[in-house]
Design a protein around this ligand. Structure first.
Ligand code: NOJ
Length: 560
């Protein structure tokens, strides 16, 4: 397996709107991030992935871009961005930008041209279709943010496709001129010294010819259906990614990760096999669906370690020879990992460290989401108005306001699954607004900031922060964490995830207890070979190897 910087790296994701405000407008910004670079250096991360900072009307917090080559007013200027990049590079940190090229904002100059007339040269940059007879939609696809995926534009009497909000029209990748324009824009950033790209829903850029309606058996006339099978991992996606790789990406020494909802292991191999020259890794979503019922994301369902482990194991084995895994348990679209997969009450600190051990000892590149390193938790705002996320509001309108679903049930689902769980401002200290802003924060803070904050974490040698710092440092000293072969143990255990990593003469045993009760470890052969403890979340307290305490994580080096 080739050794590369992006396999060895630990990535830290910043959602700029919620990280640090520097000018009192209640919105995080680039100068705010600049003021926190020493903190990131102290943590030891190699790469920062910055969620979008480009000009945007913020219908979807920057994932709707109106100018790809300039910075959003609220976040600062191109100059600030250049200073941020320089500040990162001075500290040995690389910068990964977010590339949102499945769609743009409806306020992008291309779309303004495109919608202006049917024969405008930019018309074909987007996906326009006439309606059906009697004013029906071009097809029955629903938008991922609720409602139809089509919007009628009065000026020309045609509909445009938007897989996300109506302010996020899909770009037409079939058009070679559009692709050229995007490659030129990407080159603009890479020439400025950007070190990596995270590509938003990149597996949705190729739609099946004819945009067929999704299967409608059992649906009432006019009822919408998902349609994902016609736009996820579509017919020309590999051709486009290979082209982008050859024309742009391969000319730079950069890191790439594609966001690919619905991708299978086979799809992921096709995207990330180095010989195919497309991407380096993808964010797969299977483990993010482990607590979703048949009704989808908002149909909250209990999950079990058996299910979670089966998924993670499948991906470990599936990408062992070809391709590469990204390792994440949360990001700006997902609930907080300690609330979802650990225990955010009595065992918050211990379980956050256990999950961190998992992320850093599986094979792949770990991604830390801001605040994870101090164990930030989900939030339960009592009022819908406290939420800002478009996905949440659209879903509520569809299900409760229009659909008659029970308010309390849906609010509960928002508490468990809503994206604003991850977006509450970063908790720096116990002062007003957690040191995030002097103004009125754009989204309410999690009230637990008086206890859970960076100041507290830095003052406590046993904090989650220092545990992450140690894991990251261990990765630098131990290539086994990056390149070691993964092998599952105790495949049937209800509560323990156990595996080994092996690299040449080195062998590690990882034991993780996913429950709040002690669990016995039936591994006498392996346990008889313990040479030393590499890291454990109960610190240096004496251990009884054949038993794991609640949420205990322990990594042993074994004699071979
Ligand atoms: C995925 C992004 O991560 C999410 O935040 C965004 O809403 C959609 N793509 C649309 O860009």
């Amino acid at each position: 397996m080739n050794k590369t910087f992006w396999k060895e790296a630990v990535v830290y994701q910043i959602y700029p709107r919620s990280y640090q405000d520097s000018n009192g407008d209640g919105i995080g910004d680039l100068r705010g991030i600049i003021s926190r670079l020493d903190y990131l250096q102290k943590l030891g991360v190699d790469v920062v992935w910055l969620s979008p900072v480009y000009k945007s009307p913020n219908d979807d917090n920057g994932y709707d871009i109106s100018d790809y080559e300039d910075i959003m007013d609220e976040f600062g200027t191109l100059r600030d961005w250049e200073e941020l990049l320089a500040g990162m590079h001075e500290r040995g940190i690389k910068l990964m930008m977010d590339l949102v090229i499945n769609h743009s904002s409806d306020e992008h100059a291309w779309f303004l041209e495109s919608r202006s007339s049917k024969d405008n040269p930019y018309r074909d940059y987007y996906i326009w279709r006439p309606g059906g007879p009697e004013g029906t939609l071009p097809n029955n696809w629903s938008s991922i943010f609720s409602g139809p995926a089509w919007e009628l534009d009065e000026a020309t009497g045609e509909y445009y496709l938007h897989l996300f909000s109506r302010k996020q029209p899909d770009l037409n990748w079939e058009n070679p001129e559009l692709r050229e324009a995007l490659y030129k824009m990407i080159t603009f950033w890479l020439d400025k010294g950007v070190d990596g790209l995270r590509m938003d829903v990149i597996n949705m850029i190729s739609k099946v010819d004819g945009l067929p309606s999704a299967h409608s058996e059992g649906l009432a006339p006019g009822e919408l259906a998902g349609g994902g099978e016609y736009y996820m991992n579509g017919p020309r996606v590999h051709e486009y990614l290979h082209e982008m790789n050859q024309q742009v990406l391969s000319k730079y020494n950069i890191m790439t990760v594609g966001e690919t909802p619905g991708a299978t292991v086979e799809d992921a191999i096709a995207y990330t096999d180095e010989d195919r020259e497309e991407l380096q890794m993808v964010f797969q979503f299977e483990h993010m669906d482990v607590d979703s019922g048949p009704g989808g994301k908002w149909d909250v369902t209990p999950w079990s370690l058996t299910q979670l482990r089966d998924i993670l194991h499948k991906w470990q084995i599936g990408l062992a020879e070809k391709g590469w895994n990204s390792l994440y348990l949360n990001n700006h679209d997902q609930p907080r990992m300690v609330s979802r997969f650990g225990n955010d009450g009595q065992y918050r600190v211990i379980s956050a460290k256990m999950l961190a051990t998992l992320l850093h000892t599986l094979k792949g590149t770990p991604y830390i989401y801001q605040g994870e390193e101090i164990g930030m938790t989900n939030v339960k705002f009592p009022l819908l108005e406290d939420y800002q996320d478009i996905e949440t509001h659209n879903m509520y309108r569809e299900k409760v306001t229009d659909g008659g679903a029970d308010h309390a049930t849906i609010l509960n689902a928002i508490h468990i699954k809503g994206r604003d769980n991850a977006r509450t401002p970063m908790q720096w200290d116990a002062s007003t607004n957690a040191g995030f802003t002097n103004g009125m924060p754009w989204l309410r803070l999690n009230p637990n900031y008086s206890d859970i904050n960076v100041d507290q974490a830095l003052a406590d040698p046993d904090s989650i922060f220092y545990y992450y710092q140690k894991l990251i440092a261990l990765r630098k000293q131990n290539p086994i964490m990056v390149y070691g072969e993964y092998e599952l143990l105790l495949p049937e255990h209800e509560y323990i995830y156990a595996y080994t990593r092996t690299l040449e003469a080195d062998k590690w045993l990882v034991l993780l207890n996913f429950s709040e009760t002690p669990q016995s470890v039936d591994l006498s052969f392996e346990l008889s070979k313990i040479a030393e403890i590499v890291i454990g979340n109960y610190g240096d307290q004496p251990v009884e190897p054949a038993s794991l305490r609640p949420y205990e994580a322990i990594v042993y080096r074994l004699n071979r």
